[in-house]
Design a protein around this ligand. Structure first.
Ligand code: CP
Ligand code: NVA
Length: 302
């Protein structure tokens, strides 16, 4: 594994190794066992979109590993004034040991990897959010002690989260059923990948159908970063796609609820459903720290 650009690039074994290492790093942190295995290493973090969890968890994680994180806002970099990615990637490769990027187009993180010579980590694009789904898989494994054979239902937009959920679930032996309104389907590349998994994948218009026998229900905002202008139209189009008590009672009795956050209560999830599952949702947020440390160790350690 040279980069983490999207889960489509990882083998099931690479995913399992990351989850195992994250569990170990979490155990060590909780038991006061220091692990400065990236001492002397630097990670540049380029943000072209806002972030709370990704920024703080990468920065704290790199610090705990003994390395040095640099927060780089695109507003301050020459990239924000049009300097090509091809040049920025080659310059960064002369200073840094690794780079994390949050941006719009998937092509930009792929280009960073192509033109640079250091590991690149996707911290969210419009297409994928691999760090988040790895944290979600880690959280399910902690709560359910396994992944293989479980069923996930994702309710909402065919966005970066739905795309990554489909790939992450199928690569770890889970079934996944996604429910979205017409016109909000996941990416064609992801549907093509899922088509190889037969009845382990289902796309439906019915949230109630999707959650039948689900061990995990996941959702995300209806308007992602960059889609703020579509907020009102999307609110109307996604009516009926809210994770509420009715949906929860149609799933398995011990069904978990996950949300990558930030959440819009009263839109994709009710305040009641969110608070009833807050423990799982904030474990999920915490696990961003542990899984990203595992990613950094895997990619940056000598
Ligand atoms: N879930 C997530 O990526 O959160 P941030 O946008 O706050 O980084
Ligand atoms: N789909 C959301 C996820 C935020 C973590 C977005 O891209 O804004």
């Amino acid at each position: 594994m040279k980069h983490l650009l999207k889960l489509l690039d990882l083998s099931p074994e690479e995913i399992k190794n990351l989850l195992d290492l994250a569990d170990q790093l979490k155990y060590e942190l909780k038991h006061g066992i220091a692990h400065p295995v990236l001492a002397g290493k630097t990670l540049g973090m380029v943000f072209q979109k806002s972030s709370t969890r990704t920024r703080v968890s990468f920065e704290v994680g790199m610090q705990q590993l003994g390395g040095y994180p640099l927060f780089l806002s695109s507003r301050d970099l020459q990239i924000g004034r049009g300097e090509p990615v091809q040049d920025t990637a080659r310059v960064f490769s002369r200073y840094l040991d690794g780079i994390m990027i949050r941006t719009f187009e998937q092509k930009e993180v792929e280009d960073f990897a192509t033109y640079g010579t250091i590991p690149v980590i996707n911290g969210l694009t419009d297409f994928a959010h691999p760090c988040q789904i790895l944290a979600d898989l880690m959280t399910i494994r902690e709560h359910k002690n396994k992944l293989d054979g479980l069923k996930v239902a994702f309710i909402g937009d065919g966005n970066n989260m739905m795309n990554s959920w489909i790939v992450g679930a199928l690569k770890t032996g889970m079934k996944i059923s996604v429910a979205c309104p017409e016109g909000y389907e996941p990416a064609a590349e992801v549907l093509e990948f899922a088509s190889e998994y037969g009845d382990k994948f289902e796309l439906t218009r019915s949230p109630l159908q999707a959650v039948a026998n689900a061990d995990v229900i996941a959702t995300d905002v209806w308007a992602s970063m960059g889609q703020e202008g579509e907020q009102e139209k999307r609110k109307a189009d996604f009516k009926g796609y809210c994770v509420d008590d009715e949906l929860l009672s149609a799933a398995l009795p011990d069904c978990m609820v996950l949300h990558c956050l930030p959440a819009h209560r009263g839109e994709e999830i009710t305040a009641e459903a969110f608070e009833a599952h807050a423990n799982e949702i904030f474990d999920e947020a915490e696990n961003r720290l542990h899984i990203q440390k595992a990613v950094m160790v895997t990619l940056l350690k000598d």
